[in-house]
Design a protein around this ligand. Sequence first.
Ligand SMILES: NC(=O)c1ccc[n+]([C@@H]2O[C@H](COP(=O)([O-])OP(=O)(O)OC[C@H]3O[C@@H](n4cnc5c(N)ncnc54)[C@H](OP(=O)(O)O)[C@@H]3O)[C@@H](O)[C@H]2O)c1
Length: 240
Amino acid sequence: MKRALVVGGSGKLGQVICRTLHAADARVSFTYFKGEKVAKALQSELGCDALRLDLRDLASVGPALSEQAARLGGVDCLIHAATIGSTLEPPVFDRLEDASVEGFEALMAINVGSAFFACQALAPSLSKAGGNIVLLGSVDGIKPVPSPPPYAVSKAALKGLALSLCKALGPSGVCVNVVAPGVLESGASHTLPDDLRAEYLKHCGLKRLGKLEEAANLVAWMGLHNTYITGQTLMVDGGL
Ligand SMILES: NC(=O)c1ccc[n+]([C@@H]2O[C@H](COP(=O)([O-])OP(=O)(O)OC[C@H]3O[C@@H](n4cnc5c(N)ncnc54)[C@H](OP(=O)(O)O)[C@@H]3O)[C@@H](O)[C@H]2O)c1
């Protein structure tokens, strides 16, 4: 049985990823932060371990995930699906001039720093398994689209992480990839203004938003079955 650790399993997409992995007979463990109610429900539905972790506290990420991985009995698959989309509270589609230093630091810690230190902490276990790392990016970090600049920067950084780690961990058989959705029906894209949603639909080949399942299916497949794709960014954007 494959063992999957999902960072950000309480998110809209994270929940579907956890369910998809579970349905594929993986043993799942996930992290959450503010979504206690969602997390407890998912935990009892899947009968799995869940850990409350504030990813802004980067010093705690590695040790906490290492302990969680040990409870899981090791890790074949690390999925990073945690994110914030805005430097402001309440979250908005922030413009260049809106970003605060404090908010930028928090966003980079959650979106990039926690992914980096998760990979660092779990690399030994993943190397034993010859496993997979799947990082959730976004079209915002890959293509020139209207986007909140801090979020776009953070998503582009994940591509750099995958490019570097596919070489560093490749000799141990670990594959490292980014799955980059366009705009999905719910979740992180909720701050997208209506006019930009309409613009997305205009340019999207399939003329519709993506379903959470459509992204989760690829993420779960990459996490459980991939053996020779590495260092790649796979778009799930309906042909933007
Ligand atoms: N949905 C989309 O349209 C879309 C499009 C492109 C890319 N993506 C990417 O897909 C991934 C999943 O997105 P989603 O739609 O599931 O987003 P979401 O519903 O907003 O979920 C965000 C996740 O991040 C966690 N998180 C936020 N702040 C945290 C903190 N300080 N400490 C720990 N965890 C924290 C949340 O935990 P709590 O809720 O428990 O606080 C939740 O699990 C993200 O990387 C996102 O960028 C999504």
